[in-house]
Design a protein around this ligand. Structure first.
Ligand SMILES: Cc1cc2nc3c(=O)[nH]c(=O)nc-3n(C[C@H](O)[C@H](O)[C@H](O)COP(=O)(O)OP(=O)(O)OC[C@H]3O[C@@H](n4cnc5c(N)ncnc54)[C@H](O)[C@@H]3O)c2cc1C
Length: 414
């Protein structure tokens, strides 16, 4: 059995950053990275954006040069999954029969895209979008198909629909919510997004779900719960992920309410030498005084780095403000904070219906009278830091709303 000082399970962003974090503190300790996929770690955000619209290839999304792992003394094990973790004997079992010993372990096993539990979901032409293989298959299918259906009105669905429309395909989106990005977008923004999608030939059908997909071998149509049928020879499902927490559950680690791996402020799990990072983690967030779990790039990146540094002996708490970004057509926006729940917003700047790229706005969100986050697009660069500082300070709505709305008030004075 090979024994390493550090073993990292999962070759996504969090796993790759964990290795980098370890190496920033400990340049000599042995490291193994077990990447379940056949590829070295790569970025997922481009998969629903540039990788679909034509900028293909692993090299474009790889997180590191191919020589990085050798150069940094990291044993990269691709195409093999870990199947068991034994915390008591500090050992990991791999699917190819190997066993790896560890002093410190990190779980960074992310998630897998969900399929819908309806008839026809396994027909060819029905895809999920999580891996580079998924993106390659969807792009190839899009070149030969006549019309696409995207199921899901959150990020993956919205980005996939925008990309397919940019390829010139007629696209229909269906989703059960009342508007696009419903959990995030206040009504005026939701309506504006819809106008933007419709102006680019995407048919948006909120409040609608597919009940079955039909076709001989390849999908040809979808039956919807409003009784209508829709022709589509390409279907993309953007309906969420199932967390890859099987190893953690079987190893007896503490698991939270929604199936996430519970970690402390140092990103350590309930087993002393096992850390965790990325999509699978529920961590105690100091800004909001509650546990958070976030499926976004920046959280995976920063948690991986922090977990790696802590594994190598630094032991500093994870305190980053949650952040993410999305690109829809020409609109790029950024979000800081925790928008899981909000009941009031303040708009600073202007929304431009149908042509959001002309808009410059920040939506400030409040829950029970306290600020919880901001969603910003097209704002001046020098507002980015004050926006984050404001969210961290969590001011009260009644003390700040009026001045926040007023464009002539310098954000730094708030
Ligand atoms: C198409 C797409 C677009 C996105 N766009 C954005 C965006 O614009 N902005 C944003 O903020 N976020 C975006 N995200 C989300 C972001 O990419 C994820 O939050 C991030 O990838 C999570 O990283 P992770 O390392 O925790 O998990 P993952 O990226 O899921 O990596 C986990 C890895 O672990 C492997 N693994 C699982 N189990 C095992 C095992 N037992 N043994 C070995 N390996 C295993 C998996 O195969 C996988 O490679 C997007 C995600 C997708 C899919």
């Amino acid at each position: 059995m090979d024994t390493y000082k550090y073993v990292v399970l999962g070759g996504g962003l969090a796993g790759e950053r964990t290795c980098d974090g370890i190496r920033r503190v400990d340049t000599a300790g042995s490291v193994a990275l077990v990447a379940g996929e056949a590829h070295p770690p790569y970025q997922r955000p481009p998969l629903s954006k540039g990788s679909l619209t034509g900028r293909k290839g692993l090299a474009r999304v790889s997180l590191q040069e191919s020589s990085y792992y050798d150069d940094h003394g990291i044993d990269l094990i691709t195409g093999v999954r870990a199947i068991a973790v034994s915390p008591d004997v500090h050992q990991v079992e791999l699917a190819d029969g190997r066993a790896l010993g560890y002093q410190r372990l990190c779980l960074a096993t992310g998630g897998v895209a969900r399929r819908l539990p309806i008839p026809g979901t396994d027909l060819s032409g029905v895809y999920t979008l999580r891996t580079i293989g998924d993106a390659d298959r969807i792009r190839e299918a899009a070149g030969a198909c006549e019309s696409a259906l995207v199921v899901g009105g959150s990020f993956i669905g919205s980005e996939a629909a925008a990309s397919l429309a940019q390829l010139g395909l007629p696209v229909t989106m269906v989703f059960p919510e009342t508007r696009l990005l419903e959990r995030l977008a206040p009504e005026p923004l939701g309506l504006t997004l819809r106008a933007m999608f419709e102006a680019r030939s995407v048919q948006v059908r909120p409040g609608t779900r597919p009940v079955r997909f039909e076709g001989a071998e390849t999908v040809q149509r979808a039956l919807l719960d409003d009784g209508s049928a829709l022709d589509a020879d390409l279907v993309v499902l953007g309906v969420g992920i199932d967390l890859g927490t099987g190893l953690a559950v079987d190893a007896g680690l503490e698991i939270g309410d929604r199936g996430a791996v519970i970690v402390d402020e140092f990103l350590c799990t309930s087993a002393p030498d096992i850390y965790a990072a990325g999509d699978i983690v529920s961590w105690p967030d100091p800004t909001f005084g509650t546990r958070l779990r976030v499926e976004h790039w920046d959280v995976a990146r920063r948690q991986g780095l922090r977990a790696g540094r802590n594994m190598a002996g630094e032991e500093k708490p994870y305190t980053s403000l949650p952040y993410f970004f999305s690109d829809l057509f020409d609109l790029s926006f950024e979000v800081w904070g925790n928008l899981a729940a909000w009941d009031q917003t303040v708009l600073r700047g202007t929304l431009v219906r149908g042509t959001l790229e002309g808009g410059s706005f920040g939506y400030y969100y409040f829950d029970s009278g306290r600020m919880v986050g901001v969603l910003a697009a097209g704002r001046p660069d020098d507002e980015r830091k004050p926006m984050q500082a404001l969210v961290r300070a969590r001011p009260r709505y009644d003390r700040i709303a009026e001045r926040l709305r007023d464009e002539s008030v310098d954000l730094t004075t708030l």
